[in-house]
Design a protein around this ligand. Structure first.
Ligand code: DOR
Length: 442
């Protein structure tokens, strides 16, 4: 099947140009083809922009074990709607993904349920070093240096040293210092004020853990990616470690700050906690000047019933995959960044950080994971329209300008104007770790 997408403004690696794109099967076969080309189908994309599909490298899709919150079918539909064509999922499911066998069970589940492409991290524990050493079919190793949802935690220095010294897969981590968090929590014991979440999981907790992880990566010369950076101070640390370490920001840390607790309460409770408006501003600056490379969601659905429990019984996390691209396109509309920067942070950079084969760009020979976006379209995020199983969004009621309207996964249309092709299945992502990651590629 050959498909021609014509007249879109196409977000190419270096330029946005009005050209036609030919998809042949699962790949991009030609860009700006000769006009007499014969095709089976034509999409007239006049007035729209064509981007690479978003690669979200930090999601929690809850299957197996927590499927009352989300599952791979609902989450991957939410991805398709949001223009996310590939996700990399975290290991804090039940059971946790801490062995190759569990990783492969998840891959099999996704093969039967996911509308978009998928990959799964292997989680570190204090004693699964052998599994981490031999793990494959995975983007890398996830360490919770600081506990969050679930019971994965590696906090002892000796265990961390060995993971960084004795494994070869790229490592990523949740960085909040457990000792600091526990001490702050003890001081604020008995509180029911959710704003205290940012005092318990404070700036110091984030900075200490990120500094510790960067030090480990630096001493062991081990590739490392800092997840969900939430403070300006962490971005300053990252500036000194170009070449080995990468970092990412999440829409919730870019767009919410501690003032939002008054309006949204536990709906904006997440780990790491939201910080001040000045921190959000510094995260933007760090994206714009390249200290942070990736924007990903940390999509972490919990039911509204769970979120409505009084703090601290309320769980941490917010859903975001179906709105992340629209949120960033809205920032393009606001003049905060360019469409090309969004494509870099959400498509090309994550592909390079994780050595993903054939994704992240619109180029001949790359996979036809594509999203058409309408930069003029304005629509409100509404809880009642959310595809995620948890059925709410912290951005409920927000009007955004710039929305994905049509999504292809490996050449197959999976979403178009509110309609899904539920029979389409994504594919397992291939990782070529010999590429050496973000800094070794351009
Ligand atoms: O707020 C969060 N929720 N942060 C995490 O790191 C984990 C996530 C979850 O799984 O609920």
């Amino acid at each position: 099947m050959r498909l021609l997408i014509k007249n879109a403004q196409v977000v190419l690696p270096d330029v946005i140009e009005r050209v036609s794109v030919v998809i042949d099967g699962a790949q991009i076969a030609d860009i700006d083809p000769a006009s007499q080309l014969s095709v089976h189908d034509v999409v007239d994309a006049t007035g729209l922009h064509l981007m690479p599909g978003v690669i979200d490298d930090q999601v929690h899709f809850r299957e197996p074990g927590l499927t009352h919150k989300e599952d791979l079918a609902t989450a991957s539909r939410a991805c398709a709607k949001g223009g996310v064509t590939t996700f990399l999922e975290m290991p804090n499911t039940v059971p946790a993904t801490i062995t190759q066998a569990r990783l492969e069970e998840k891959l099999a589940l996704a093969a039967s349920k996911s509308l978009v492409n998928y990959g799964f991290y292997i989680g570190a524990t204090p004693d699964n070093l052998d599994e981490l050493r031999h793990a494959h079919r995975t983007p890398g190793i996830k360490i919770f240096i600081g506990s969050s949802t679930g019971d994965l935690l590696v906090d002892e220095q000796e265990a961390l040293e060995r993971i960084f010294a004795e494994t070869t897969l790229p490592i990523t981590a949740h960085c909040e210092d457990e000792t600091t968090v526990r001490a702050n929590a003890a001081q604020l014991a008995g509180t029911n004020d959710v704003a205290d979440h940012s005092r318990i999981r404070d700036h110091k907790a984030a900075l200490i853990a990120t500094r510790r992880a960067i030090d480990l990566a630096h001493r062991h010369r081990h590739r490392f990616h800092v997840l969900h950076v939430s403070t300006g101070a962490e971005t300053e640390l990252l500036a000194d470690h170009r070449g080995l370490i990468t970092g990412e920001a999440c829409p919730h840390h870019l767009l919410f700050n501690t003032d939002d607790y008054a309006r949204l309460g536990t709906l904006v409770q997440m780990n790491p906690s939201i910080k001040t408006a000045a921190d959000s501003e510094q995260l933007w600056q760090a994206l714009l000047d390249g200290r942070l490379q990736v924007v990903a969601t940390d999509h972490a659905p919990h039911t509204l019933e769970e979120k409505r429990k009084p703090y601290p019984a309320s769980p941490s996390g917010v859903p975001a995959v179906e709105n992340s691209l629209a949120l960033m396109l809205n920032e393009v509309h606001n003049g905060r960044c360019t469409l090309q920067q969004v494509a870099h942070w959400m498509c090309d950079a994550p592909a390079r950080v994780w050595d993903i084969v054939g994704k992240g760009r619109i180029a001949v020979g790359y996979d036809a994971d594509l999203v058409l976006v309408d930069l003029e379209r304005t629509a409100e995020v509404l809880n009642e329209n959310q595809i995620t199983k948890c059925g709410w969004s912290p951005w409920h009621g927000m009007r955004l300008t710039g929305w994905p309207v049509r999504t292809w996964v490996m050449g197959h249309e999976v979403f178009r104007d509110g309609q899904f092709h539920d029979d389409i299945r994504g594919r397992e992502v291939r990782f070529d770790h010999a590429r050496g990651g973000y800094w070794a590629t351009s």
